[in-house]
Design a protein around this ligand. Structure first.
Ligand code: SF4
Length: 253
């Protein structure tokens, strides 16, 4: 008699899983697309930075700021007035002003209205007059009438930001700060010395690479370089003392 062979039933769960149909290949199987960041300029070596600042020093051993002032207080006021204004324009206004008001107390005695008259040739003078009066009041109320010596304290004064604090700390108190204005920002980026999207990034980049022996004057050397040589529209590369070190692809020498 023939043997009856019954089909064996296998439970579904024991069967090997059929490969799933997928419309898209797994992400891991795709070739990775790496977004290419444009390569920045080759960073300066320590020797190159030293060489650049040695040349700035040789060309101008004692650079001076161009904002006229008589003491730390008048320097602070001049810097506050200089926002979006030229140093020459500020000097024209502050010469007669500081002759009558070179301390916070004298500035308060002068009063906001008369102060406005002195500075009305400077842009945003109404707001700046308000700030000068308010910062003078604060100096008297909280700092014994003196300009404080820390960045954090200076930054609490009306109209004074980080750049103002850095200028005052450097010029009045000899601190190794780096104030980044429009010129320093441009030079830091263009030369490749300290590329950065913000003034703070450029400030920190410059502080990191500039040797301490140059830091007292570095801010002035860079401002003067930007103001008179590395001009915004038409840099004078032919007259530039660091042209061979500069990383700007569009330099003309
Ligand atoms: S070479 Fe030209 S672009 Fe470079 S720092 Fe000098 S002036 Fe500026």
């Amino acid at each position: 008699m023939a043997k009856i062979i019954r089909p064996v039933r296998v439970e579904k769960s024991r069967l090997p899983a059929a490969p799933k149909k997928s419309a898209k290949p797994a992400a891991s199987a795709l070739p990775k697309r790496v977004a290419k960041k444009p390569a920045g300029p080759k960073p300066w070596t320590a020797a190159e930075v030293h060489e650049a600042f040695s040349r700035f020093r040789d060309a101008n051993p004692e650079p001076k700021g161009e904002l006229e002032h008589l003491n730390p207080y008048t320097l602070l006021v001049a810097v506050v007035l200089s926002a979006q204004a030229t140093d020459a324009g500020v000097n024209r206004a502050t010469r007669p002003l500081f002759a009558v008001a070179d301390t916070p107390a004298k500035m308060l005695a002068l009063g906001e209205e008369k102060l406005r008259d002195y500075i009305k040739t400077i842009g945003l003078y109404r707001n700046k007059a308000k700030n000068v009066i308010a910062l003078s009041e604060k100096l008297i109320a909280e700092f014994g009438g003196e300009v404080p010596r820390t960045r954090a304290e200076i930054e609490t004064l009306p109209g004074a930001g980080r750049k103002t604090a850095n200028v005052v700390l450097n010029m009045a108190f000899g601190e190794h700060t780096m104030a980044v204005d429009t010129h320093v920002f441009r030079v830091g980026n263009r030369t490749g010395l300290a590329p950065g999207d913000t003034p703070l990034a450029v400030e920190l980049g410059l502080e990191k690479i500039i040797p301490a022996e140059f830091m007292l004057h570095a801010h002035h050397w860079l401002i003067l370089h930007g103001r008179y040589t590395c001009l915004a529209r038409k840099p004078r590369c032919e007259a530039c003392v660091i042209s061979d070190l500069c990383r700007w692809p569009e330099k003309t020498v």
